[in-house]
Design a protein around this ligand. Structure first.
Ligand code: ADP
Length: 404
């Protein structure tokens, strides 16, 4: 193994795996810390955790365990992957985990770059943009779990870490100014060439952290020379779409899909076991050739109303529990293709389906590949989509890709 990555959620990990797989490298993706040691055979191994929302201590412990596992498997380089919209709570966990991983690797600095140019995420003068909007003016301001109210990455990161924070801005990069001397460095990047610059000019004592795109130049940089073709195995065609993301793009994707397909809306305020059972009965009433959508996706106003009644964490947990139960039941009914919208939601569904390791198939859109686990009649295909990724027709596009 040359590259070992720790990701803070499941869609982020599949995003990273899909991008790294473009290089032709062999990529193994694990959901949760594997029980057995690594055989070290894959060029790249990724451990997906569900630690974005965890208390800091738990996130640090899960991530350092994952780092030790990867290093014991031979990883020459470690990478800490988080969201391209820098989703974090006020306490972390991006900064505290970076400091903990630096202690593991004995690196003395950390570089942070969430830019993902193909998906419109850019960092300029240390400020994060989503397309032409500052992060805090984008729909991320209304995220149910991690509303982002500032685009200034220094202001977001500094309270999370003990060491000093500086910006390696793009103007200085163009002049050839080396990485600043602070402990935590935010790297500007607007286009792919900037990410290549950062990877080529960051010394080995610096821990690499960022969105998925900063890792794109790494296979080349680490001389990983594999040329494996990307193939999609063929799971049984029965499929379901599960959406627990409330991101703006997901709202559009749900509206697009609802117009032409059987759909069922879950409401967190009344989502007890009986309501889950009602949804399952509805699924059982459909023809196997139909691909239903079950969604809790709602507008920011509806999300706030649910959170007022239930609390933020409880509203999220109720929906995630329901999505897990419904996924399990769908599997028992013969469903083998799962299109899931939402990072936390994907974590819940993957966990409920007991998927622990996947192979990486082709990308549906930048940052969302099909991934596959199991074999024969238990072969499952999963398309795990981060909230704001994809175009309005994403659900249909994902399903169509496996039909071809
Ligand atoms: P994204 O990838 O868009 O961030 P996530 O699944 O990570 O999506 O996060 C969305 C969170 O919102 C989940 O915890 C989910 O359970 C929760 N959620 C979904 N629908 C609702 C709703 N109607 N009201 C409140 N919370 C909701």
């Amino acid at each position: 193994m040359k590259l070992g990555c720790v990701a803070d959620d499941y869609t982020g990990a599949t995003d990273l795996a899909g991008l790294l797989r473009r290089s032709g490298a062999s990529v193994k993706l694990h959901f949760g810390l594997p029980k057995a040691p690594s055989d070290g055979l894959a060029d790249i191994e990724i451990i997906a955790l569900k630690c974005r929302m965890e208390p800091v201590d738990q996130a640090i412990s899960a991530c350092t365990d994952a780092a030790h596992w990867l290093l014991a498997g031979g990883a020459e380089q470690l990478y800490w992957k988080y969201c391209s919209t820098f989703d974090s709570t006020a306490q972390g966990n991006i900064g505290p985990v970076a400091e903990a991983l630096m202690a593991v690797t004995r690196q003395t600095q950390a570089l942070y770059c969430p830019a993902f140019p193909e998906n419109g995420r850019a960092v300029f003068m240390g400020h994060l943009f989503v397309a032409d909007q500052l992060l805090n003016e984008s729909s991320m301001k209304d995220h149910p779990l991690t509303p982002m109210s500032d685009a200034n990455l220094t202001r977001l990161l500094a309270p999370q870490v003990e060491g000093s924070v500086a910006i390696w801005n793009r103007v200085d990069q163009k002049k050839g100014v080396p990485i600043p001397d602070a402990t935590h460095i935010i790297g500007d990047a607007v286009e792919f060439a900037d990410l290549e610059f950062l990877i080529e000019n960051t010394p080995a004592n610096v821990l690499l952290t960022g969105g998925s795109a900063l890792a794109l130049p790494l296979p080349n940089h680490l001389s990983i020379g594999s040329t494996l073709d990307i193939v999609n195995p063929k799971p049984d065609s029965r499929a379901i779409v599960l959406s627990g993301s409330c991101s703006l793009m997901t709202q559009q994707q749900v509206a697009y899909y609802v117009a032409n397909n059987p759909s069922y809306q879950l409401h967190p305020e009344s989502l007890g076991e009986a309501a889950i059972e009602d949804c399952i009965c509805w699924l059982q009433s459909l023809r196997p050739s139909e691909t239903p959508l079950v969604y809790a996706t709602a507008s920011p106003e509806a999300v706030r109303a649910a959170q007022c009644v239930l609390g933020v964490a409880e509203a999220g947990a109720i929906v995630e529990h329901a999505m897990g139960q419904i996924a399990q039941k769908a599997f028992e009914m013969g469903v083998r293709q799962f299109v899931v919208a939402g990072g936390e939601t994907s974590g819940a569904v993957t966990h409920a389906l007991r998927v622990s390791e996947v192979m990486i198939g082709s990308e549906i859109c930048p940052g969302v590949p099909w991934v596959f686990s199991g074999s024969n009649s238990n072969l499952i295909g999963l398309a795990l989509k981060s909230g704001n990724f994809g175009s309005p027709s994403f659900f249909k596009d994902a399903l169509a890709l496996l039909e071809d």
